[in-house]
Design a protein around this ligand. Structure first.
Ligand SMILES: Cc1cc2nc3c(=O)[nH]c(=O)nc-3n(C[C@H](O)[C@H](O)[C@H](O)COP(=O)(O)O)c2cc1C
Length: 331
């Protein structure tokens, strides 16, 4: 049974990864339905929150049905991180997560995200101050280390546990790797082998099928798995993994009508939350994924990404349902 503080997450929780410009409330709504056990907001800039920047503030929007949900913060200044953790606490999420993993230059070169992997004493101090300033459980998401020569995650895991974090998620890449190569979970397994470690350890990186999830669960002994890219346009991944864990077989893939229903729900919520123009625009990047693997889908995809109104999109989605109603999809 995995527990973060008093939050009971069941036997083997599946977490939806924080993803900038993806893990917003509309996307989270379809992932919750798809079986995600714990979700996070996309990362939120501590400086932005303190400035009251509207964009950062909007990212704090969370809904009751989303629980348990964590707010993820990033920043390079300890004082600002503490201030922003206090602001996030007021919104009453279930936990606060700190991002020590973001590799992109705009973040890591400003001393935030994965940059803290180069300054462990500062990372530990920052985490300690955040743990002290909030009554909520604090969790951390990070990478194996900065580069191949500094894979210090075993030490980092112990030190962060010692100052009070309640769970740790590790993406099996270094900062230098960015998203290249494949994730290596060997060190994640080693954290689990350390008898001093008692907080839940969640593995992350490249899980894209129920088979792989179960294989990695068994091989590395993690307490749960966090999934990012594989859930984009395929929120069914969570329930498919649960089904595979229970029955040892992969369920049939979602029918076309189910894909249309999920895409439509995502679109409706996007419009409701972001307004017509942005809601329709930002949904465009998701259609390819909702209909991945559907034969000869390209003409529909082109029309979907060119449509400018809700009504137009719905007309096309209805056509999609009709066109493929008798097509059996394979996993
Ligand atoms: C578009 C995108 C945005 C991301 N934004 C964040 C973020 O805001 N915070 C974070 O901790 N990780 C972020 N990540 C990293 C993911 O949370 C995850 O660690 C990574 O994608 C590896 O998992 P996956 O192979 O299951 O996708 C992002 C990844 C992607 C692809």
């Amino acid at each position: 049974m995995a527990k973060i503080g008093n939050i009971d997450l069941g036997d083997f929780p599946l977490l939806l990864a924080p993803m900038e410009d993806v893990s917003d409330p509309p996307f989270r709504a379809v992932c919750k339905e798809g079986g995600a056990d714990l979700m996070y907001t996309e990362f939120i800039s501590s400086e932005g929150l303190i400035r009251d920047a509207a964009k950062s503030r909007q990212k704090l929007d969370i809904f009751e049905y989303e629980r348990p949900i964590g707010i993820q913060l990033f920043g390079g200044d300890i004082g600002n991180m503490v201030e922003s953790a206090k602001i996030a606490t007021e919104v009453n999420p279930d936990l606060i997560d700190i991002n020590y993993g973001c590799p992109v230059k705009a973040v890591a070169c400003r001393g935030a995200g994965a940059a803290l992997l180069q300054d462990i004493p500062k990372m530990v101090k920052m985490t300690e101050e955040i743990v002290k300033c909030t009554h909520l459980p604090v969790t951390v998401k990070t990478r194996l280390g900065w580069d191949d020569n500094t894979k210090n995650i075993l030490e980092v895991a112990e030190r962060l546990q010692d100052i009070g974090i309640k769970a740790l998620t590790v993406h099996g890449r270094t900062r230098v790797q960015m998203y290249k190569g494949s994730a290596d979970w060997t060190l994640i397994g080693k954290i689990k082998e350390n008898p001093r470690m008692h907080i839940p350890i969640f593995g992350n990186g490249d899980i894209d099928s129920p088979q792989k999830a179960v294989e990695y669960k068994n091989r590395y002994g993690v307490d749960g798995i966090m999934i990012g890219r594989a859930a984009i346009g395929y929120p069914w991944i969570f329930n498919e993994i649960k089904h595979y864990l229970k029955h040892g077989v992969r369920p049939s893939p979602p029918e076309i009508s189910e894909r249309v229903r999920a895409a439509r729900k995502h679109l409706e919520f996007s419009i409701q939350w972001k307004g017509d123009r942005l809601g329709i625009f930002e949904m465009r990047k998701h259609y390819t994924n909702y209909f991945r693997g559907i034969p000869e889908f390209k003409p529909f995809r082109i029309r979907l990404v060119e449509a400018n109104s809700f009504e137009e999109v719905i007309t096309i989605l209805d056509e999609v349902t009709g066109h493929y109603s008798n097509v059996l999809l394979s996993a």
